[in-house]
Design a protein around this ligand. Structure first.
Ligand SMILES: NC(=O)c1ccc[n+]([C@@H]2O[C@H](COP(=O)([O-])OP(=O)(O)OC[C@H]3O[C@@H](n4cnc5c(N)ncnc54)[C@H](O)[C@@H]3O)[C@@H](O)[C@H]2O)c1
Length: 340
């Protein structure tokens, strides 16, 4: 591989790839987009022409014709395993969109195949690169809220019935709001707390729409050290009513991130440090003002996650730490669905 640039091709170029990832990739001169592929001839042509690269409607044909270092796979979840394995069979490093695969077993198999081949596999959980999530992590590390005891995340969107939508079909998407939104929260919680989630269970239902997957869920969780938490993920709350929050409460204060579970950096982090000492029977509430930090709109999370991947590839030493976490999240999701 040329040490200065990374040649990328894309499988599934029409959705988030075109909206976020390819534009982010092209902001870095160390990346070179060399081809795109989409099963839809319209999307393949549109993205190929937009970015001025050859385009294909068959992934094998593209991989045979094009010399690339890495493949970005951004297709519906049911395609992930076969397409990432195909790219691996061509000796490529793969940046795969979240969630890893349709279930934990396939996700684990995929990771083991990449390990055996010594090729990098990274998963598109970009929210840990949000400036305020990084700030939250740093504050916790320096004891800014004492011992973390409780975590809550809320991530929602409005996702009504759409004929033929793969996310609304269990066999194609693997699940609903948990599989699409909840996984982001579980991965982010593990990242910020720096420890694995040991157990997760959920209540979920489909009550607003008529598709077969859940349109809302509450996940409850316990981490390895005993931090308790819950995640609300909904497809049935209007976008304008979305709070998009991450809250962390500890023995000495809180960190509340508002508007940060999103595709763009922004929102506000409120930090209150208020160690208490003695028990107060009256339980008078503090009126202390938290310190506030605002998100960094110049920080592109998609660019950052690709840069992290490129660094690993260039180092010549695959690092599966984050892929392991992403696979563990899929295994938790399996447990959630199986135990309901
Ligand atoms: N990290 C994020 O912010 C984020 C956001 C949205 C989606 N995603 C993930 O990205 C992936 C794609 O989601 P999306 O929202 O872009 O979906 P989408 O349906 O909007 O787009 C998927 C694209 O893949 C194409 N496609 C479908 N089947 C294909 C196949 N067999 N081979 C090649 N191309 C095929 C479609 O024509 C379409 O252009 C999913 O895994 C999703 O969870 C991540």
């Amino acid at each position: 591989m040329n040490q200065s640039t990374m040649k990328w091709c894309v499988i599934g170029a029409g959705g988030i790839a075109d909206r976020r990832t390819i534009p982010a990739l092209l902001t870095d001169p160390k990346n070179d987009l060399v081809a795109v592929m989409d099963k839809s001839p319209v999307a393949a042509k549109a993205t190929g022409e937009k970015y001025g690269v050859p385009y294909f409607t068959d992934e094998r044909e593209m991989l045979e014709a094009i010399n690339a270092d890495a493949v970005y796979v951004s297709t519906p979840v049911f395609c992930h395993y076969d397409q990432a394995m195909l790219a691996l069979s061509f000796g490529k490093h793969v940046f795969l969109e979240k969630p890893v695969c349709i279930d934990g077993k396939k996700s684990r198999e995929l990771l083991e195949a990449f390990k055996a081949a010594g090729k990098q596999l990274s998963i598109g959980y970009m929210m840990k690169y949000h400036s305020l999530h990084e700030k939250a992590k740093a504050l916790i590390a320096e004891g800014g809220i004492g011992t973390v005891n409780s975590v809550r995340a809320q991530f929602t969107c409005w996702y009504p019935d759409i004929a033929g939508a793969w996310r609304q079909n269990k066999a194609l998407g693997g699940g609903g709001a948990i599989m699409d939104l909840g996984v982001h929260c579980l991965e982010l919680i593990e990242d910020i707390l720096g420890e694995p989630i040991a157990e997760a269970k959920a209540f979920y239902s489909t009550r607003t729409f008529s598709y077969e997957v859940e349109d809302g869920a509450v996940i409850v969780l316990r981490t390895k050290s005993g931090i308790l938490g819950h995640v609300d993920c909904n497809f049935n709350i209007p976008d304008k009513a979305s709070e998009s929050k991450l809250e962390l409460y500890g023995s000495e204060g809180y960190i509340i991130c508002r508007g940060t579970l999103a595709q763009e950096d922004g929102g506000v982090l409120s930090h209150l440090y208020c160690p208490q000492g003695d028990y107060e029977a009256a339980q008078n509430r503090t009126t202390d003002k938290p310190v506030e930090y605002t998100g960094d709109s110049s920080n592109n999370m998609y660019r950052r996650q690709l840069a992290a991947f490129a660094e690993i590839v260039k180092s010549g030493k695959p690092d599966y730490t984050l892929a392991e976490r992403a696979v563990r999240v899929q295994e938790l999701v399996d447990e959630i669905y199986q135990n309901n």
